[in-house]
Design a protein around this ligand. Structure first.
Ligand code: SF4
Length: 339
């Protein structure tokens, strides 16, 4: 279900704009319709009142909790079932964050990512994206949403932007706390720059992973061919226009993108930029050839980058809010192993 379709259905049931907003707000914020003294029967149109229980059940069915897997850091990975039996993953992050998926599978095919191995299976509707937030809020409060789960949001741009608009309005998520994450696609920059002053403008995270164009083509084989320099230029323009620093994502792969040459490359690309470098040691996946560097090595890299003028945050991937961290629950489920 798309948000737009949902709005049309509400209108067909007699909802005025205030009713529409209220029903959407109750859904996205996981609020009961009958909270407070004024119950819906006091002011919702009759046809809408009568349709509400079935509609609520339908909305809850867009994203059902199949299983929850708590991490040591306060995060929890959720395996989420969709109405057609497909599954995606969401991650409850520490400090009231949530990582959502935008597609079932992904066409980018990053070599270090389990989701990338499947290829694209289907797009999520805007309703299914928002439903992950509604589901998470039934489990704990959420004040930040990052689009770093399964899928490449740039490949499902209309639905992701529709979901972001709803999350940033009736969903009550601060605009800078909505983080659109992408490997980089010219269409994303065009659309984000074209957002009007009254529209929700998300923050942007760009998956960089290496300063070398050739290596990036190997690691992200079906990402648009944008050289790291061009990507950073485009990112910088959006950072200046939006007022939010770009978050560059760097999955640290042992012996692949953690050498001296890459450190020099990062300094060349990011020093003096309105940006934060999130360096995330890879979370080793048994079926894939990449390895996680030691924490000491990662810490030393982050320290040296800091010293050389690049604002670097070293983050543990235990929270799985990291490209490549997702897809394992779904893969295990598909294999029928216990999770
Ligand atoms: Fe797709 Fe992200 Fe996985 Fe790359 S890391 S294949 S963009 S889900």
């Amino acid at each position: 279900m798309h948000i737009d379709t949902l709005r049309q259905r509400l209108r067909a049931l007699g909802a005025l704009p205030k009713h529409e907003q209220r029903v959407l707000r109750d859904w996205v914020q996981a609020l009961p319709h009958d909270r407070g003294r004024r119950r819906p029967e006091h002011f919702l149109p009759l046809a809408l009142r009568e349709a509400l229980p079935a509609l609520d059940a339908e909305l809850q069915g867009l994203a059902r909790l199949i299983s929850e897997h708590p991490g040591e850091d306060g995060s929890a990975r959720l395996l989420v079932g969709l109405a057609d039996g497909q599954t995606v993953e969401s991650v409850l992050l520490p400090r009231e964050g949530l990582c959502v998926s935008s597609q079932v599978g992904c066409a980018v095919g990053c070599q270090f990512c389990m989701t990338g191995r499947e290829g694209l299976i289907r797009q999520l509707s805007s309703g299914e994206i928002v439903a992950q937030l509604a589901l998470a809020r039934r489990l704990r409060p959420v004040k930040k949403v990052v689009f770093m789960g399964m899928g490449e949001p740039a490949h499902n741009l209309d639905n992701v932007l529709e979901a972001i608009e709803l999350m940033g309005t009736v969903g009550n998520i601060g605009h800078k706390n909505l983080v659109f994450s992408t490997v980089g696609d010219p269409r994303v920059f065009e659309r984000l720059h074209a957002l009007g002053p009254d529209e929700v403008k998300p923050a942007l995270a760009l998956s960089l992973h290496t300063s070398k164009a050739a290596l990036r083509e190997q690691l992200l084989p079906r990402a648009p061919r944008i050289a790291p320099d061009e990507l950073v230029e485009a990112g910088e323009a959006y950072a200046r226009a939006s007022g939010y620093p770009i978050q560059y994502q760097w999955t640290l792969l042992d012996g692949v993108n953690d050498g001296e040459d890459e450190l020099d490359g990062i300094v060349r690309l990011l020093k003096g930029r309105y940006a934060i470098l999130n360096m995330i040691p890879y979370n080793t996946i048994p079926d894939l050839a990449f390895r996680r560097p030691s924490w000491d090595k990662a810490r030393e890299i982050a320290r040296r980058l800091h010293q050389r003028g690049v604002l670097t945050k070293l983050r543990d991937s235990a929270g799985q809010d990291v490209d490549g961290g997702c897809g394992q629950l779904r893969a295990r489920e598909a294999k029928g192993r216990s999770i």
